[in-house]
Design a protein around this ligand. Structure first.
Ligand SMILES: NC(=O)c1ccc[n+]([C@@H]2O[C@H](COP(=O)([O-])OP(=O)(O)OC[C@H]3O[C@@H](n4cnc5c(N)ncnc54)[C@H](O)[C@@H]3O)[C@@H](O)[C@H]2O)c1
Length: 443
């Protein structure tokens, strides 16, 4: 029986792409229906040949669904997730004898929520209902990313010295269209802006490719280009859990090709840039070699090529890997179908995505206060608020866990070989146990 999946929020930027992919995966899965904000938004549902709903609870009550994709604006992710679970529970109560397996998983677009408190609530609601969450960090499914992760975490690469990342492009003015209240959220502080919408992808990959957690950030941002409430450009410096350092520069207000989308060519919405195929948007520097991304060109000193000690007097040797270009949104959807069937665990779970959201929250706080901020400080604040809302300090840390699988990729740290980069102040304020759990800053 095909896995039945609904899409809530079938907008032109990403929701409609999910619908199309589901229509193409005809044997494994089917697009059951869509849910939009407006009842007169019928054109798309007619083209797709599926029912249109305007209320996610009603949709989950009326339709037999195995999974729901939530691609509505970020600030409604929590409300939509709750509505889907309530509707499904109502359906379950009415159809007690049907043997229907019911809602198994949600694919929630990134960021999981606009703030950590909402993310805690979302985790609580979904975990209580035994509904899996896969967060739409689709780049984790990219062939470039998978290969880069293998190369960067290989024992012949590190220890990692540092990373640079760049996200530079120009968003057209229509993206912010001031006359359209439905998309006003994209420039609203605390909900929109390129950090929460775009660079969360880059920061997530910083964690995912290196296998290291980000422990401290210092950021400066600017909204000078458009004068919106939200930033349009910024620079972030950060430290990793083993003492290495990294940087991210971002702007959505310059005509530039140095972003993940333009350089990988995975998303056909972005036209090819002449001669951009060799230009990288990320660089990973290890003690033994370095890697450009997405070119997957690596540089090292080969002991066979020279008798002298390795260093700037010797020629660098050069390696070049090739991967097959795939659409990561498609690979992600195939994975989501398996998650709905209970055959795979989410590559980016809700708890894992919360760690990336905490990094963005630390960047925003740093830019606002002018001081460096630890992501774990942001998590601790939410844990504290959660405990006081419960009326007592229960010692519960709802955001403390990182999936063990993610941390195990950090072979350097787990093999005990991680070293601080000479001359780098070690700013690590997190503690890792062998089981791979992240606890908050030691007092
Ligand atoms: N993974 C990616 O590459 C990617 C790309 C773009 C956007 N996103 C994420 O997708 C989400 C949507 O972004 P967008 O720019 O497409 O948003 P949008 O403002 O264009 O809205 C998308 C759709 O959601 C519908 N909608 C709005 N409120 C709704 C509600 N309460 N219930 C049901 N439908 C509702 C609208 O009708 C619209 O069709 C955001 O979280 C964004 O960060 C992810």
């Amino acid at each position: 029986m095909p896995t039945r999946i609904a899409v809530v929020g079938a907008g032109p930027l990403v929701g409609q792409a999910h619908c199309k992919i589901l229509k193409d995966l005809s044997e494994d899965a089917e697009l059951a229906c869509i849910c939009q904000r407006r009842a007169d938004d019928t054109e798309l549902s007619e083209v797709l040949g599926v029912p249109l709903y305007t209320d996610a609870e009603e949709m989950a009550y009326r339709e037999r669904l195995d999974g729901v994709v939530i691609a509505a604006p970020t600030h409604v992710h929590l409300a939509v997730a709750k509505a889907c679970i309530t509707g499904w529970k109502r359906r379950q109560a009415d159809l007690v004898e049907s043997g229907e397996s019911g809602l198994k998983a949600l694919l929630i677009e990134k960021p999981i929520c606009q703030d950590l408190a909402s993310a805690v609530e979302l985790l609580n609601v979904t975990e209580a209902a035994c509904v899996d969450v896969l967060v739409g960090h689709q780049r984790r499914h990219s062939a470039f990313v998978k290969r880069a992760q293998e190369l960067v975490t290989d024992r012949n690469f590190g220890p990692l010295r540092g990373v640079t990342m760049e996200f530079s492009l120009l968003k057209p003015e229509s993206y912010f269209c001031k006359d359209n209240p439905a998309i006003e959220w994209r420039r609203r502080k605390g909900v929109g802006g390129p950090l929460l919408i775009n660079s969360i992808h880059d920061l997530d990959l910083m964690r995912y490719i290196t296998g290291h957690e980000i422990t401290q950030v210092f950021a400066m941002t600017s909204s000078g280009a458009r004068g919106n409430e939200v930033e349009d450009s910024g620079a972030v410096t950060l430290t990793f859990d083993h003492g290495a350092v990294g940087t991210l520069f971002f702007t959505d207000a310059a005509p530039a090709p140095w972003s993940y989308e333009f350089t990988t060519g995975e998303n056909k919405k972005y036209p090819p840039v002449p001669e951009n195929h060799t230009r990288d948007c990320y660089h990973f520097m290890g003690a033994q070699r370095s890697l450009g991304f997405p070119s997957l060109r690596s540089f090292a000193y080969s002991p066979e090529l020279h008798q002298k000690e390795a260093g700037w007097d010797c020629p660098l040797t050069f390696g070049h890997e090739k991967v097959e270009l795939q659409d990561p949104l498609r690979v992600q959807m195939a994975h989501f179908v398996q998650v709905c069937r209970g055959d795979e665990k989410p590559v980016c779970s809700g708890r894992d995505a919360v760690q990336s959201l905490a990094v963005v929250m630390a960047v925003l706080r740093s830019a606002e206060t002018g001081r460096s901020v630890a992501p774990c400080e942001m998590l601790a604040e939410v844990n504290k608020a959660f405990n006081s809302a419960e009326g007592a300090d229960l010692g519960v840390s709802p955001l403390a866990d990182v999936p063990a699988g993610h941390l195990k990729r950090s072979s350097e740290r787990l093999s005990g070989k991680a070293t601080s980069v000479p001359g780098t102040k070690h700013l690590d304020t997190t503690v890792f146990s062998d089981e791979g759990y992240l606890s908050e800053c030691p007092k």
